[in-house]
Design a protein around this ligand. Structure first.
Ligand code: OGA
Ligand code: NI
Length: 368
């Protein structure tokens, strides 16, 4: 085929893809809608490029485990010191860890997972009125693939997004009734836990416990409730593409299905569900504040033949109030640790992240 014919073929494919993306988007029924329609083969907008699929086959298996940290007894000085040390090490080496005995009652976590299931499994017509990809359209949005029109491959998941970016108060009536009480209760608990984790992280950086809170890192949350339907061809797609989180910190509640993986020493490691555990990961913004002491690790979610899988990511994004400027913490900069990043505002950082396909880190845009 001549070069011109080749690029024309590519153009036609691009055109078809856009048409197919639009048709999928217009259903406002997400991936769940596809599964409900009885498909046995996944639409091509979800199929990963062949070089990625081949690379997947050659990946070795690692026997490493993501650290599990017991949070009980952190009020007691000796215990607290041990937890601070464990969290420092995990944040430096992995950027990822699981917490057990974190204080969120299992009834609250289980209720939340159940609420998310109810939202996604309710009548499609009722869900449609929340479907939007316009972040200005309201504080509660349901969508599939926030980066649908930017990414090369669509992900096998749908999402209910609750924005607490501009104010931590949300009128319960704004939240869909099927999961209202569960979400309100979970947000209260995860907010408190987040503050405790930030105090431990501050200490792990050698700072006063309130340092990160005083920088308003605990503000500006979004609660992102994912639903990954069972997939008829799980080896051809992903639940969530390889990415790092742009936030300061993510606290993730996952059910017992599994599929989350973290990239560690260039190998994908399963973040296996731990009974009543929560996954915590360092985001790009905290990597910048810590001047590269803590790392934001790449992670992804495999698609699964069984399911649905549900998870809830609470992103602590930081203050959206202008003109709050963030940058590497001055106390951490010295001759041996020279400044590595420029300053940023959260609004600018998140806008950059949202305008690119999932997996394109904004971190390097701010590296000096
Ligand atoms: C995310 C994320 C993982 C999961 O929302 O950023 O990585 O298990 N989610 O859903
Ligand atoms: Ni993530």
């Amino acid at each position: 085929m001549s070069r011109i014919a080749e690029s024309q073929a590519e153009l036609t494919m691009e055109y078809d893809r856009l048409k197919e993306l639009k048709a999928f988007d217009d259903t406002k029924a997400g991936v769940k809608g596809l599964v409900d329609s009885g498909i046995v083969e996944i639409p091509r907008i979800f199929i990963r490029p062949s070089d990625e699929l081949v690379e997947e086959l050659t990946q070795g298996k690692s026997t490493l485990h993501c650290p599990v940290i017991d949070f009980s007894g952190i009020e007691v000085q000796d215990h607290r010191k041990k937890v601070v040390d464990e969290i420092r090490e995990a944040s430096e080496k992995w950027g990822f860890f699981q917490l057990i005995n974190h204080g969120i009652p299992s009834s609250v976590s289980e209720g939340m997972i159940d609420g998310i299931r109810k939202f996604h499994e309710q009548d499609a017509e009722l869900k449609k009125k929340y479907y939007s990809r316009d972040i200005k359209s309201g504080r509660v949005r349901y969508e599939s693939n926030f980066d649908l029109y930017q990414s090369k491959t669509a992900n096998w998941r749908d999402t209910l997004n609750i924005s607490l970016l501009h104010s931590s108060h949300i009128e319960p009536e704004e939240i869909p009734a099927v999961c209202r009480n569960e979400i309100v209760e979970y947000i209260n608990h995860v907010t408190k836990l987040g503050e405790t984790i930030f105090s431990i992280l501050s200490e792990a950086l050698g700072l006063k416990p309130d340092h990160l809170k005083d920088m308003e890192c605990t503000k500006g949350k979004s609660v992102v409730c994912h639903y990954y339907p069972a997939c008829p061809q799980p080896e051809l797609t992903l639940g969530a593409a390889n990415h790092t989180d742009p936030a300061f910190l993510t606290v993730l509640l996952q059910d017992q299905i599994g599929g989350l993986q973290v990239l560690h020493n260039n190998q994908w490691i399963d973040v296996k569900p731990v009974s009543q555990g929560l996954v915590v990961n360092i985001g790009e913004a905290l990597q910048i504040l810590s001047n590269d002491k803590f790392v934001s690790a790449n992670h992804r979610v495999l698609a699964n033949g069984v399911g649905p899988r549900m998870s809830v990511a609470c992103f602590f994004n930081g203050s959206f109030a202008q003109p709050k400027i963030y940058g590497p913490i001055k106390d951490l900069i010295s001759e041996e640790n020279p400044l590595l990043f420029k300053e940023f505002t959260v609004t600018d950082y998140i806008a950059k992240f949202m305008s690119r396909p999932l997996g394109t880190s904004a971190l390097d845009l701010f590296r000096l």
